[in-house]
Design a protein around this ligand. Structure first.
Ligand SMILES: Nc1ncnc2c1ncn2[C@@H]1O[C@H](COP(=O)(O)OP(=O)(O)O)[C@@H](O)[C@H]1O
Ligand SMILES: CC(=O)N[C@@H](CCC(=O)OP(=O)(O)O)C(=O)O
Length: 293
């Protein structure tokens, strides 16, 4: 039985000096599913990666089922540059031909995925890396012929994830998907995370990025955003660039049954724990509004 996540009544991160001191304050969040999208810009040095991995392991220890979906745009750019392959983005998506997708798969599934898996395992967790191609996790359709091998998830089979949860294992997913005709599709990391969270009816989707939340025209972070506000701010150009697919992913995920989505700064130490286990949370929260709100 899935339990509802309740906020903690005390800010144990601020008050507890050690983990053992903090543990009695933690409720058990049995079977809550939290999908965390770690963007390439939010991935820091080895120390920051270890801190992220510790957060993920601690989540598992208190009974949450974390699922990590990662990006790696800057790492793909670096490798494409080294190989002399030119690349361009249209509406936040990389135009992807066969040579590009080969590099994307090598970098995401090989390099970035294994770095995260190893970091979690070094912190005492049990992580397994996979991409959307494994066990037909993400089947894709072509998003737009003009973008080439960019995919939109058309069918998610979460069985492999449920088996991993049962086995106390943390899935780490690279955003690539399989096509009906054997193609490998490149999926935007936010889109892949939203689709996985939707299929799992996750309790939370955390989109970790390089800003502390969605900012309004005055530059202040909006702590809770409605669909109407997102629409208005996007029309006004206040939500722009990479924040457009993120807020759109959030709205789609809520529609698909995710309880809440939070856009927050992944570079902040303990950002996931601050968001999940403190009263004040972090970043910008988007959740289903009651009818008529
Ligand atoms: N209203 C807004 N609030 C916050 N950031 C915004 C806003 N509009 C545009 N942005 C931009 O969106 C960026 C995050 O998107 P992106 O660079 O694609 O993130 P990531 O690489 O983490 O997926 C921010 O760094 C910021 O420059
Ligand atoms: C289709 C598309 O654009 N795919 C992305 C996949 C990686 C990604 O999303 O990385 P970040 O989360 O770090 O931006 C790309 O090729 O860069």
């Amino acid at each position: 039985m899935k339990k509802q996540m309740a906020p903690m009544n005390r800010d144990w991160i601020a008050t507890a000096r050690t983990l053992s001191e903090a543990l009695p304050y933690l409720q058990r969040y049995d079977d809550a599913i939290v999908v965390i999208k770690l963007g390439g810009h939010a991935m820091g040095n080895d120390e920051a990666m270890d801190a992220f991995a510790r957060d993920v392991v601690l989540m598992r220890q208190v009974g949450v089922n974390p699922v990590v979906v990662h990006g790696g745009g800057p790492m793909i750019n670096e490798m494409l540059g080294k190989l002399g392959v030119k690349s361009e983005f249209v509406n936040g998506k990389r135009v992807t031909d066969q040579a590009t997708v080969d590099v994307v798969e090598m970098v995401l599934s090989g390099q970035v995925n294994k770095r995260i898996v190893q970091a979690i395992n070094r912190q005492g967790g049990r992580a397994v890396g996979l991409s959307g191609k494994d066990a037909n996790l993400i089947m894709c359709e072509q998003t737009d012929p003009a973008l080439g091998l960019v995919g939109t998830p058309s069918k998610i089979d979460p069985n492999v994830l449920n088996a991993l949860f049962e086995d106390d294992t943390i899935p780490v997913i690279a955003p690539l998907g399989a096509g009906e005709n054997g193609e490998t599709f490149n999926i935007n990391g936010d889109t892949a995370a939203g689709a996985i969270a939707g299929a799992l009816h996750a309790d939370r989707l955390l989109l970790l990025t390089d800003v502390d939340g969605v900012r309004n025209a005055e530059g202040d972070v909006v702590t809770e955003l409605t669909a109407a506000q997102i629409e208005e701010m996007t029309k006004a150009g206040v939500i722009a660039g990479g924040m457009i697919p993120k807020t759109q992913t959030a709205l789609d995920a809520i529609e698909a049954g995710v309880r809440a989505v939070v856009i927050l700064d992944g570079r902040l130490p303990n950002c996931c724990l601050l968001e999940l286990f403190t009263d004040h949370g972090a970043g910008s929260l988007i959740r289903k509004q009651p009818k008529g709100a």
